[in-house]
Design a protein around this ligand. Structure first.
Ligand SMILES: NC(=O)c1ccc[n+]([C@@H]2O[C@H](COP(=O)([O-])OP(=O)(O)OC[C@H]3O[C@@H](n4cnc5c(N)ncnc54)[C@H](OP(=O)(O)O)[C@@H]3O)[C@@H](O)[C@H]2O)c1
Length: 322
């Protein structure tokens, strides 16, 4: 343990960080140790990580001093922000700044910043194809992450920018799987037309991150995009139909309709899907499947993810009506 490189992992009880902690712990001879950061070291999830062999340490991204303490003595850190806990890009920026400063203070050798594009570089605020949200964002939960890249570079933190993408697990936790419509038929609903969505099993993000830490200095200063598969709505519906053994259709609604669904974050997500669709070629190139598979040889395809997770997908009534 003493001579292992410690990775301090934010969001360790969540999807991205949890995948990384488990990837580190399942490779005991890999030379790395996992320090799981959590607000509550006594939660069931934290205790489970401790049982698996992680060092569990208290930290709160709202408390910069706690981050400094939690990063001290580590080799590296996995930094991620938690947009859906507060819906505030400004908070994400503040949290990313605090992470970068803590990484600098601790003299970390390798940080992975879980980022997304600042979509305003693709769709300026003056571009009316989608509304401007919260006064200065197009896709709030993307834009601040992209803007926060500069927090790490300006401090000279040795950082790898990990471009994540849409979790297929949103079908389990976010109501984005097949829903039964008024006609009794199952369908998925995305404003993607015939365009592809870069998707990934959430657990594979941490496994790819582990591949980046193992690769070490070759990844510092680089931007790495990952996905498990790029699929159209029709292709996802066909995969659901096969996995669930019943027909699943695809409702290709407009981005405007999606933004109007009224659930918290609907406008943000409507803009996000429009960004995916309008920049399909960019997404295909920036989330390279071969790169992801080289970092994580067990990378799941959508069919493989469905085989493992289909029983966890709630097939509820459609909450969203176009
Ligand atoms: N859903 C998607 O398709 C998708 C795709 C790409 C990127 N993302 C991004 O992923 C990020 C969320 O990551 P995730 O999905 O891995 O999270 P998650 O599974 O929702 O887990 C949330 C994590 O946040 C931690 N947390 C919350 N508030 C905290 C605080 N104040 N201080 C320290 N830790 C805190 C929780 O830890 P404790 O409760 O143990 O403290 C928990 O581990 C979001 O920013 C989202 O935009 C999502």
């Amino acid at each position: 343990m003493a001579d292992k490189k410690i990775i301090a992992v934010l969001g360790a009880t969540g999807s991205q960080g949890g995948g990384l902690v488990r990837a580190i712990l399942s490779d005991p001879n890999g030379g790395f140790a996992a320090r799981a950061l959590t607000r509550d070291v006594n939660s069931d999830k934290a205790k489970e990580l401790a049982k698996l062999g992680a060092e569990v340490v208290a930290a709160d991204v709202d408390d910069p001093e706690s981050l400094k303490k939690a990063f001290a003595g580590a080799y590296g850190a996995y930094c991620v922000t938690f947009f859906w806990n507060h819906f505030s890009p400004d908070k994400e920026l503040a949290h990313a700044n605090a992470m970068a400063q803590a990484a600098k203070a601790a003299g970390l050798k390798h940080v992975i910043w879980s980022t997304l594009e600042d979509t305003r570089k693709f769709v300026p605020l003056s571009d009316n194809r989608m509304p401007t949200l919260q006064g200065k964002y197009k896709v709030p939960h993307f834009d601040a992450k992209g803007e926060a890249d500069g927090a790490f570079t300006s401090l000279g933190v040795p950082v790898t920018f990990l471009l994540t993408t849409f979790y297929w697990d949103n079908a389990i936790y976010f109501g984005m799987g097949p829903q039964r419509g008024a006609d009794g038929k199952l369908a998925i609903t995305f404003p993607l037309g015939t365009k592809k969505l870069a998707g990934i099993a959430a657990g594979d993000i941490g496994k790819c991150a582990y591949g980046i830490f193992k690769g070490g200095s070759q990844w510092i200063g680089k931007t790495v995009g990952i996905a498990g598969e790029h699929l159209t709505g029709s292709e996802m519906a066909a995969a659901y139909s096969k996995a669930l053994g019943q027909p699943v259709g695809y409702n290709a609604v407009t981005p405007e309709a999606y933004r109007g669904f009224g659930f918290p974050g609907a406008e943000d997500l409507g803009n996000m899907f429009q960004f995916y669709a309008d920049f399909e070629d960019y997404f295909g190139k920036s989330r390279d499947l071969n790169t992801a598979r080289a970092l994580n040889p067990s990378l799941l395809t959508f069919d493989a993810w469905l085989a493992q997770n289909k029983s966890r997908i709630p097939l509820g009534e459609a909450a969203q009506k176009a």
